[in-house]
Design a protein around this ligand. Structure first.
Ligand code: ZN
Length: 459
């Protein structure tokens, strides 16, 4: 009987799939910089190393019995499932429609794993070698194709939009400040409006619909004018969604006096900015509390850490970033020199700064903090009252209570329940200034916020 060609071990294929997953997680972390990929990356390193070691040990067993041959195929099969789970798993994982039923891709991956395992065990050595090559090539293609798509398809954009009208002459360079207060409900507009009036500006506002339910979807839609409903990072400076690509590195400032302060998106990759600050959650790999709380949050496994400690630990890293972003606002040159500023601020975005207090109290505190910040900004701008001052305050989406209550986050341990007073489907569009204010009739969503205030002065 002719013996099949020996198929050898799959170490290189396991390593390639693991490396491809590592590149993808690195891209995601470097685009958003909120530390969300640290745990998946650590798991990936552990799983990949473990499977390579297992494959090496199995390959040393004497004789090529059918059992050993089948076992040798197992580590690569597990690696492929881990690839899908780590990259697409979790509550917000993507879904597909199969015969009218909505199935999440991670759940589908287990189905595919079962099927895959059967194929792997049943395949002939020749088929297995071909399959192994195909799996490694598919993993490489998945990570390699995305930056290629960005390089070929990302449009070059001029931002902020400009009107071809002569700029009105004022005594000093006009100042326009567009402020994104993340997770701000339309119902929570009045405290910020009063603060701006108190500082001496006139105001007008209306509730508008958000064009998406998360920052990751809304901000690319604002910059590109297209929907980004399945937004995900696809290069170190770009976000993709089905056939849409937004590369922040391909956005060109349309004027020389643009300042940005923000977080979560690679705003500072925009070309031609006068000044930019981007906040990031600091990664600390040495804090065992942080590790244990991160694992507890995602798995529910207690690990001997108290909710109280995890509340403090998780809150601390987010709040440190919030403080840094708010500090940067006051350093922007626009306050003295005039120009155009875009500020994406992590307030009233939970978790907030009140330790061991509920979502409602923290949200109200966040609104109060936003109001104080708005008033301070207005007073700073009014130190040069001869210039035209326009503020546009808006939000990307309302408060996501369900997410904050259930997601193994600080509030779930406090018995978080949805507060009807904080339920909202709209976000505010609020304009404040020291001259005549623009009409907001044409705005029903937050998509065109960068155009608000571009209309010429009527006087
Ligand atoms: Zn947001």
């Amino acid at each position: 009987m002719r013996v099949g060609r020996p198929e050898g071990v799959s170490i290189w294929a396991i390593a390639i799939v693991g490396l491809a997953a590592a590149v993808e997680l690195t891209i995601r972390e470097s685009v958003h910089r909120i530390g969300g990929q640290v745990l998946p990356m650590s798991l990936l390193i552990l799983i990949t190393t473990g499977l390579i070691v297992l494959e090496m040990l199995l390959s040393r067993s004497p004789g090529q019995s059918r059992l050993v041959a089948a076992l040798l195929r197992l580590p690569l099969t597990v690696m492929v499932v881990a690839f899908v789970e780590l990259l697409f798993g979790g509550a917000s994982g993507p879904t597909v429609q199969v015969f009218g039923a909505t199935i999440s891709i991670p759940r589908l991956s287990w189905l595919m794993a079962g099927l895959g395992a059967a194929i792997c065990i049943g395949a002939s050595p020749v088929q297995w070698i071909a399959l192994r090559r195909a799996l490694a090539a598919a993993a490489l293609l998945f990570v390699g194709a995305q930056p290629l798509l960005v390089a070929l398809h990302a449009p070059t954009l001029m931002w902020p939009p400009q009107l071809d009208l002569p700029t009105p002459k004022t005594a000093q360079e006009p100042l326009t400040v567009v402020v994104l207060l993340d997770e701000w409900n339309a119902k929570a507009a009045p405290p910020i409006e009063s603060a701006l009036r108190h500082a001496g500006l006139s105001t007008v506002w209306k509730p508008v619909q958000p064009v998406g339910d998360a920052t990751s979807k809304v901000v690319p839609a604002l910059f590109s004018g297209h929907q980004f409903d399945a937004a995900k990072p696809c290069s170190f400076s770009a976000v993709c969604s089905s056939d849409q690509v937004l590369d922040f590195g391909q956005i060109q400032a349309s004027r020389p006096d643009v300042d940005i302060v923000g977080f979560y998106h690679p705003y500072c990759d925009i070309r031609g900015l006068r000044w930019c600050y981007r906040g990031a959650v600091r990664l600390d790999f040495t804090s065992t509390d942080r590790w244990r709380c991160a694992i507890k949050r995602r798995t529910g496994w207690p690990l001997g850490v108290s909710d109280e400690l995890c509340d403090r630990t998780i809150r601390a890293k987010w709040n440190a970033m919030t403080e840094e972003v708010l500090d940067a606002v006051w350093r922007a040159p626009g306050w003295t020199q005039g120009g155009w500023m875009f500020l994406h601020l992590p307030i009233p975005h939970p978790p907030g700064r009140l330790h061991r207090r509920g979502l409602t109290e923290n949200y109200q505190d966040g609104i109060q903090r936003a109001a104080e910040t708005a008033e301070r900004m207005a007073r700073l701008a009014l130190q040069h009252p001869a210039r035209r001052i326009t503020f546009v305050f808006f939000s990307d989406h309302p408060l996501r209570q369900a997410l904050w209550c259930v997601d193994q986050w600080v509030f779930s341990s406090l018995g978080c329940q949805v507060d009807p007073a904080l339920v909202d489907r709209n976000v505010p569009l609020l304009v404040a200034g020291n001259r005549e204010l623009p009409a907001l009739d044409d705005y029903d969503t937050n998509r065109d916020v960068f155009r608000v205030g571009l209309a010429p002065e009527s006087n």
